[in-house]
Design a protein around this ligand. Sequence first.
Ligand SMILES: [Zn+2]
Ligand SMILES: [Zn+2]
Length: 201
Amino acid sequence: MKIKAAVVEKQNADFEIKDDVELAEMGPDDIQVHMVASGICHSDEALRIGDAVIDYPIVLGHEGSGIVEKVGPEVTQFQPGDHVVLSFYACGNCKSCLKGIPTQCENYAQNNLSGVRPDGSSHFTENGHHVADMFDQSSFTTTTVVRERNAVKVPKDMDLRTLGPLGCGYVTGSGTVLNTLKPKPGDTIAVFGTGAVGLAA
Ligand SMILES: [Zn+2]
Ligand SMILES: [Zn+2]
């Protein structure tokens, strides 16, 4: 199906809003999500300007929130109409994932930073040409397809427009303090910057 997406054609190019981007067909454990909102993270800008590289052209965005439109036949946790926040993919089977540290998933790079779907196919194409994805998610779109494990269900009475950064910025800020810094009651910490990461920290 054709969707609208913000495409970065080459290093340092501006975002170009295009309405002829073709979205991949869903796999059996995929869900199709209508995007309501997306955070913008420093990593999006790093990839746009070339400080980090996946591939160009690329559809960025990895802090999406939206509503499930369709589910694949093997999906067990979601149904159409569910509200979700999208995040990075963790395999769930490697040593780190089994220890409860999905942020250190041993298969992180191939699943999130390869620019293609797990089977090597394109998440997006334009006029038949490959367009890379980010985190197998790419939330700067009107609709995207992600694996079930990329999504977390959220209550329907919460405003989806405020929840997107839970997928990256908020967990980065809170995780840094709670899991790594581990301050004790009475300790003082300094937070420099009050974007999503700093506010969560
Ligand atoms: Zn991020
Ligand atoms: Zn893993």
